[in-house]
Design a protein around this ligand. Structure first.
Ligand code: GDP
Length: 365
């Protein structure tokens, strides 16, 4: 599955947010650094109103949402790349995630210790990024010369890897993240992804603001949004305190609470959706009387790969996909109507799955 790692300095609200995300109290929030030791993984249902609509039209007895995993990663402090705090463990955990959700403290509270002594989300972001860049730099300082040597001895793959990772190394030496690297072809792209550099992962900044700023943000979050814009990253405003309160309330009371705060929807829904977009993921659906279900695949996945998200046998024995767009399914009142209107299609192995496709796979067993 796809994983987002929640990172940030200690006491910025990571555990509070993670707990709210997973509606558990697994990661215990406490007002001191290094509280979070083991990475906690929580699977979170991706909210998608289309799924409910499909289930209604298709008369499905059950609804199964697609999921995204969030990992609460042990607190990072200045010096982590040199093994300070829980540094090494942090870096190992972050290597395994597909995207980084970077929580930044944008609230003032004299009772909650700030590890750096003052509230400055931009400086905090840079502290974390610097540790990640130092870690990448250190690993590439070793790997690139070794790859160059193997390349000179005639190993083609090492030569390509040395070229693309050499580019990343140059950027890191200038204090820039590896994500700005431009692989020159598909081979370089593959080798770059395979290197799993920490600073090549996409980032979503989560501005954890005080309750009063939850709707509009504050001066701190405004600066984070500027930074995100300059980097081509995304950012969302959330109040972890509100989210934590929200999940303790009965579902039917949540809407009223949000409305009173001037919020259209829970911040968590926005984080989940932003994470989904960040990872370049799309959703397709399957529907029948038993269940309506949402599935996740990478944007650009062909029909057999989509089938493989359900079961590897579906991919191996793939014959064709029978599909219609979500909009047609709704417009023509379901499968029979969409067929009558000529909106039902049979697609082969080269078909690129579209977000919202309703799919039925035919395969050999
Ligand atoms: P972590 O170390 O980043 O995981 O931070 P925690 O989630 O454990 O939060 C540290 C402390 O800050 C806890 O006492 C939380 O209750 C508190 N906290 C978290 N988010 C907020 C917030 O939005 N506003 C305020 N005032 N306190 C918060």
């Amino acid at each position: 599955g796809f994983k987002c790692g929640i990172v940030g300095l200690p006491n910025v609200g990571k555990s509070t947010l993670f707990n709210a995300l997973t509606e558990t109290q697994a990661a215990q929030a406490a007002n001191y650094p290094f509280c979070t030791i083991e990475p906690n993984v929580g699977n979170v249902a991706v909210p998608d109103p289309r799924l409910y609509e499909i289930a209604k039209i298709g008369g499905s007895a059950k609804i199964i949402e697609t999921q995204l995993a969030f990992v609460d990663i042990a607190g990072l402090v200045r010096g982590a790349s040199k093994g300070e705090g829980l540094g090494n463990q942090f870096l190992a955990n972050i290597r395994e995630v597909d995207a980084i959700v970077h929580v930044l403290r944008c609230f003032e509270d004299d009772d909650i210790t700030h590890v750096e002594g003052k509230i400055d989300p931009i400086a905090d972001a840079e502290t974390v990024e610097t540790e990640l860049m130092l870690s990448d730099l250190e690993s590439l300082e070793k790997r690139v010369p070794a790859l160059l040597k193997k390349g000179q001895q005639g190993d083609k793959e090492s030569k390509a890897a040395a070229a693309v990772l050499g580019q990343a190394l140059d950027l890191l030496r200038e204090g820039k993240p590896a994500r700005l690297t431009k692989p020159r072809d598909e081979e370089e792209e593959r080798l770059f992804a395979q290197a799993q550099l920490l600073t090549s992962k996409p980032v979503l900044y989560v501005c954890n603001v005080d309750e009063a700023s939850a709707a509009e943000g504050n001066a701190f979050s405004a600066r984070v949004f500027e930074k995100a814009k300059a980097e081509g990253a995304s950012a969302v405003i959330v109040s972890a305190a509100i989210e934590a309160e929200l999940v303790t309330m009965p579902v039917e009371e949540r809407g009223e609470y949000l409305e009173a705060l001037g919020l259209a929807e829970a911040g968590l829904a926005r984080i989940i959706r932003a994470g989904y977009a960040l990872l370049g993921l799309i959703t397709f659906f399957t529907v029948g009387p038993k269940e309506a279900r949402a599935w996740t695949v990478n944007k650009g996945s062909r029909a057999p790969q989509a089938a493989g998200a359900i079961h590897s046998d579906f991919e191996k024995g793939f014959i064709r996909a029978e599909t219609m767009a979500y909009a047609d399914y709704v417009k023509f009142g379901g499968e029979a109507g969409a067929k009558e209107a000529g909106k039902w299609r049979a697609e082969g192995k080269d078909y690129v799955t579209q977000d919202g496709d309703i799919m039925l796979f035919r395969f050999n067993v």
